[in-house]
Ligand binder design. Structure first.
Ligand code: NDP
Length: 283
């Protein structure tokens, strides 16, 4: 069997076209969606992610504003800036790029962002709303994964989903969203004894660890759907996922590539959350 490649890039392009139309409609009604990103310091990966977010915003017509602050910025200064944007009516989404320098407490910063502008979906109020099935800003990577699975018409109800990784931004919430879709969800992590035992029982395997090629064909059930969230740069400079793609493609029925899989959808969901937030200005 050779798996169908589930292209996040293609789906993201389609979704951005739809978002562009929604933004045009909003602008016609006097609402111009606006996303503010705050970056502290000069982490090269963060700068590259922000470029992607800016491009997606511009493609869809969302106003994009970046505050690039020096590494020496204090927590108090950052909190004040977030509070300023919380109050600004023309700002629909606020995102503080993580990671932050060590002298700034991430939790304090996330909790300062108004839950109504928390387009990353990291504020505990949005996490709680998501857990209890209420309307919430959903975290972008997990929300993008669910959209990809649904766009490919993959049935989730009653399926066994195994999530490898339990971070607050990817692993935990993606399992929760798929539980909401009536899947049976198993979480694996660094303390899981026999990883293969669990992964090889997965109808849908989601891997979000950050270790190049750690999931081989032996970990995958015949015909499984494999979603690779990992992004790892090899010494050669090549970007690869957590799944050994070349062998997994012969075992899975559907597989996401890296790059061009989950990444483009993550960024698109950020723009989507900003548009959702902007629509609330009309109600
Ligand atoms: P974290 O480092 O926060 O979490 C990694 C998780 O993997 C942890 O839960 C950890 O377990 C688990 N883990 C580590 N080693 C093993 C192992 N040997 N076996 C099983 N589980 C293990 O990472 P993130 O969730 O933030 O990101 C994961 C990957 O996804 C990274 O490569 C990141 O770059 C990528 N990513 C990609 C995005 C995209 O849009 N494409 C967006 C966000 C992330 P434990 O909890 O026990 O420590």
């Amino acid at each position: 069997m050779t798996a169908t490649i589930l292209s996040g890039k293609e789906l993201a392009t389609k979704k951005r076209e739809q978002l562009k139309l929604e933004v045009e409609r909003l602008k016609a009604e006097g609402v111009s969606p606006k996303l503010v990103i705050i970056l502290v310091g000069n982490d090269p990966a963060s700068i590259s992610y922000i470029k992607g977010k800016q491009k997606a915003s511009e493609e869809t017509g969302v106003d994009f504003h970046l505050d690039h602050l020096p590494e020496s910025t204090s927590e108090e200064e950052l909190v004040k800036l977030i509070e300023h944007y919380n109050e600004k009516e023309d700002v629909d989404g606020i995102l503080v790029q993580l990671p932050l320098p060590d002298h700034i407490n991430e939790k304090t910063v996330i909790e300062t962002i108004s839950p109504e502008k928390d387009v990353d979906g990291f504020h505990p109020i949005n996490v709680g709303r998501m857990l209890t099935g209420q309307e919430a800003f959903l975290p972008c990577t997990p929300a993008g994964i669910v959209e990809m699975i649904k766009a490919a018409d993959i049935e989730l109800a009653g399926k066994h989903v195994v999530v490898v990784g339990r971070s607050n931004i990817v692993g935990k919430p993606v399992g929760q969203l798929l539980l909401n879709e009536n899947a049976t969800v198993t979480y694996c992590h660094s303390k899981t004894g026999d990883l293969k035992k669990f992964t090889s029982e997965a109808d849908v395997l989601i891997v979000a660890v950050g270790r190049a090629n750690m999931i081989t064909s032996e970990h995958i059930k015949d015909g499984a759907v494999v979603i690779d969230v990992g992004v790892n740069r090899l010494e050669t400079g090549k970007l690869v996922g957590d799944v050994a793609f070349d062998e997994a493609i012969n075992k899975a029925s559907v597989i996401t590539p890296v790059p061009g899989g989950v990444g483009p959808m993550t960024i698109t969901m950020l723009v989507s959350n900003t548009v959702i937030s902007a629509k609330k200005r009309l109600s």
